[in-house]
Structure formats: C-alpha cells, structure tokens
Design a binder for this molecule. Sequence first.
Ligand SMILES: CC(C)(COP(=O)(O)OP(=O)(O)OC[C@H]1O[C@@H](n2cnc3c(N)ncnc32)[C@H](O)[C@@H]1OP(=O)(O)O)[C@@H](O)C(=O)NCCC(=O)NCCS
Length: 164
Amino acid sequence: MKIRALEPYEVSFHRELRIRILNDSPDSFGETAAQAEARPLSYWEDLTRSVTEPNRHVMFVAFEGNAIVGTTYGILDNERSDVGRVGGMWVAPSQRRRGVGRSLLAAVLVWARKRGLKRVGLWAPASAPAAVALYSREGFKNTGRQRPLPTNANLRISEMEIEL
Ligand SMILES: CC(C)(COP(=O)(O)OP(=O)(O)OC[C@H]1O[C@@H](n2cnc3c(N)ncnc32)[C@H](O)[C@@H]1OP(=O)(O)O)[C@@H](O)C(=O)NCCC(=O)NCCS
C-alpha cells in the first residue's frame, strides 16, 4: 500500500472519490453525495487548489496498485494557526481492518507536526465504533462536545482531539 498527496491536476479524480465515499458511508460525513454531485466544477477546482497549494490543507490517498483503498484530509484551522483537523477519513470496505486508516491518520499527524501544529481535532460519528476506536487508539480524546450530524439530525458526532 502506498500513500500520496493529491496532485493539483486531479480535480475530476477528487470529485469522483468524494462522491464515492459519500455514497458508501452516508452516515459518516457532513454532506450528502447528492449535494456533492450538484456542486459546480469551480467548487472542485477551488477545493483541489486548497489541498494541493503549498502551505494549505492536504489530501492523502492510499493505493494498492492502481486501486484506491482510502483517503483523508488534513485541514488547517481558519482562525488558530496552531490547530488542524482530520476530515473525510474513509477506507474502502473490502480493505478495512488492514491498517489503512491508521496509516492515513499517521500521514496527517506527520503533516501536522511538520506544520508546527500543536493540536489536531476531528468530529467522529458517535455511532461508528470503528472510527472512534481508530482515533482513540492513536491517542485522540473526547472533548465532551457533541452535535447532530448535519445530514441526519438523528445521528450525533463527537469531537475528539490530540495534543501533538
Ligand atoms: C473508520 C475507518 C476509516 C477505519 O479504517 P481501517 O483501515 O479499517 O482502520 P485500521 O485497520 O487502520 O484500524 C486501526 C484500529 O482501529 C480500530 N478499529 C478499526 N475498525 C474497527 C472496528 N470495525 N471495530 C473496532 N475497532 C476498529 C482497531 O483498534 C484497529 O486496530 P486493530 O485492527 O489492530 O485492532 C473505516 O472503518 C471507514 O472508512 N469507515 C467508514 C467511514 C468513516 O466512518 N470514517 C470516519 C469519519 S470521522
């Protein structure tokens, strides 16, 4: 398995992967596949720039050969220069429990440390034991804050964070 950062020219790849993960795991993310599909090309161009330009956010993609096996974002906080966030963490169902999620999380934490971040947070679906277990195992702690999942008010997401 190899992990690499998204490249600036991969706008369509980015869009298709995002729609794929939203279709696969609708209760894990804050937007629906239909919302993502309806967004204009300019949205995907801007988003791709935001994760590929130097000193901005980052997107990692894990491959087994040519097959995508997982992805995640590392996101910089708009207001606090020493804080980041993990977002869009997803591993292909057939590849789960093989350490892909842990490797993607490690890539974000290496990126965060290089950026000099002091803290990394995330919002995990409270009803997704796999996600909560992955983050807990790497040292993330619950902050105690919860909120409804934006796309399904019956589900809750819990904030977790780690000090670097
Ligand atoms: C959460 C997710 C990314 C985990 O990816 P993964 O590649 O299967 O995780 P790993 O194999 O790296 O697991 C690392 C550790 O996390 C924990 N873990 C992972 N999946 C688990 C599960 N289903 N049940 C319990 N613990 C689990 C274990 O401690 C595991 O270590 P172990 O296998 O040595 O016991 C994956 O299940 C997924 O894509 N889920 C759907 C989308 C999602 O919920 N994303 C998170 C949004 S915040």
